[in-house]
Design a protein around this ligand. Structure first.
Ligand SMILES: Cc1cc2nc3c(=O)[nH]c(=O)nc-3n(C[C@H](O)[C@H](O)[C@H](O)COP(=O)(O)OP(=O)(O)OC[C@H]3O[C@@H](n4cnc5c(N)ncnc54)[C@H](O)[C@@H]3O)c2cc1C
Length: 415
């Protein structure tokens, strides 16, 4: 950034945007920083929403990303409940929904995503989704003991809502169109572990189900699938993924393809405009091609990296995705880009729910999923970059401590 470029505007007060604003300051930028978002709350952590916040064991205030005074202390102009509706990249001006115009020298779009709608529930006010803090109270109120909830979608958020609802004493039906839960995170053999986990906890799980109709009848909400099967519940939660919020970028003519297209420095196709977090479609540093990642830590790391890039840092972003999920006290961690068809090596016991599954493609380490094995996932996240062609026999050998053996030694053994 040159001396004349004094105003950075960040759209999106999620973790990517907030981290970017804080990083600009920690890296010494002393110009104006405006952090603007349409949610009423100051920046907060989203992951607890489907876990302890929904269950009511963590109060709203405990989700704050930083103490409230941070923004003022850091001289970051935080504007909540402000929607940006227009972007002119030629004039470098943003238009707010209330008519105000805001100029910028550099802009970060960290606009995240919104819940994907199920077409047959469009416009139904008594169907819940879960993305923001404001979604929680109405849903929590519905999850009274002995009531029934139908969760449509067994991805990360749906599966966590199901687990929380069981903990709150609800009867839970969960419907998933894929053959097993967590289809975007887990290959089929591992996903089966999660089918059993939910069923063991009393969830009435049905996979391979496409819900085509939802209607309110006297007894509650009735869902019908393509095969004319029916499920009845008091409350319905739709959790079928999210759609990146690309509308501002599209309106401004910025390249969009499954998210806002960025390079390894988070630059979009418009000069001075960057994008990061769930909305950014970035180059995959290991496998080539592109990926849009929807995980907390990636959004945080990308926000920090994008801010440094705005300040002129030319270190390409080469981090491997990592995320976690907690369901019924079972900790799932995931790293890399595993896919159906990868070679799988399992350390530990699937049945005992204490294992690491390691995924290789064309002889290369591409990802890992661990249940109650956080240290191994941490090690494998590094090895995916540093020693991707490890000998599979070593990876399978439980006596090899992946967390402490130096990657260079392992590479030597492998060759
Ligand atoms: C319930 C839930 C549980 C999760 N659990 C986990 C987990 O266990 N582990 C994990 O790794 N990840 C989890 N995630 C995912 C993780 O929270 C996200 O990857 C991360 O929050 C994305 O951050 P972001 O800043 O990119 O986007 P967001 O958090 O979506 O922030 C974008 C912000 O931009 C605002 N915005 C968009 N457009 C405009 C506009 N035009 N004007 C003004 N403001 C705008 C949005 O309202 C929003 O506040 C979970 C997500 C949810 C919803």
């Amino acid at each position: 950034m040159t001396a004349e470029e004094r105003t950075v505007v960040v759209v999106g007060t999620g973790v990517a945007g907030a981290t970017a604003a804080l990083t600009l300051r920690s890296e010494g930028f002393d110009g104006q920083v405006v952090l603007i978002g349409d949610e009423p709350d100051e920046p907060y952590r989203r992951p607890p929403l489907s876990k302890d916040v929904l269950r009511g064991t963590t109060p709203h205030e405990r989700t704050r990303l930083r103490p409230s005074q941070t923004w003022q202390q850091q001289d970051i102009e935080l504007r909540t409940s402000s929607s940006v509706s227009r972007l002119d990249t030629g004039a470098k001006v943003l238009g707010l929904a209330d008519g105000e115009e805001l100029g910028y020298d550099m802009l970060l779009l960290a606009t995240g995503g919104r819940p994907r709608e199920l077409p047959c529930t469009a416009g139904m006010t008594d169907v819940h989704t879960l993305r923001t803090l404001t979604d929680v109270p109405a849903l929590r109120e519905r999850l009274a003991p002995e009531t029934s909830v139908l969760v449509i979608g067994a991805g990360l958020i749906g599966a966590e809502v199901a687990a929380s609802a069981r903990a709150m004493g609800c009867g839970v039906i969960m419907l998933e169109s894929a053959p097993a839960p967590l289809p975007r995170l887990l290959p089929p053999a591992i996903a089966e572990v999660y089918s059993r986990l939910h069923r063991d906890q009393g969830v009435d799980l049905h996979t391979g189900v496409d819900v085509t109709q939802l209607e309110r009848i006297d007894l509650g909400l009735l869902a019908t699938d393509a095969n004319e099967r029916h499920w009845l519940a008091d409350t319905v939660v739709v959790a079928i993924g999210m759609v990146p919020r690309t509308e501002l970028a599209e309106q401004a003519g910025i390249d969009v393809d499954n998210g806002i297209v960025v390079d390894e420095y988070f630059r979009t196709s418009a000069p001075g405009v960057f994008a990061a977090g769930d909305v950014a479609n970035q180059p995959n540093p290991v496998l080539g091609g592109r990926h849009r990642v929807e995980h907390w830590q990636s959004a945080q790391e990308q926000g920090a990296a994008a801010a440094k890039s705005m300040l002129g840092d030319r270190t390409p972003y080469e981090r491997v995705p990592w995320c976690w999920s907690d369901q019924y006290g079972v900790n799932l961690q995931f790293t890399g880009w595993p896919a159906a068809g990868d070679d799988v090596i399992v350390r530990g016991e699937l049945e005992q729910r204490e294992f690491t599954a390691i995924f290789r493609r064309d002889g290369r380490l591409v990802g890992a999923v661990g249940v109650n094995r956080a240290a191994e996932i941490r090690a494998l996240r590094k090895l995916i970059i540093e020693a991707p062609f490890l000998d599979p026999a070593l990876l399978a050998d439980e006596s090899v401590n992946l967390a402490t053996v130096h990657s260079a030694e392992l590479s030597t053994v492998a060759t």
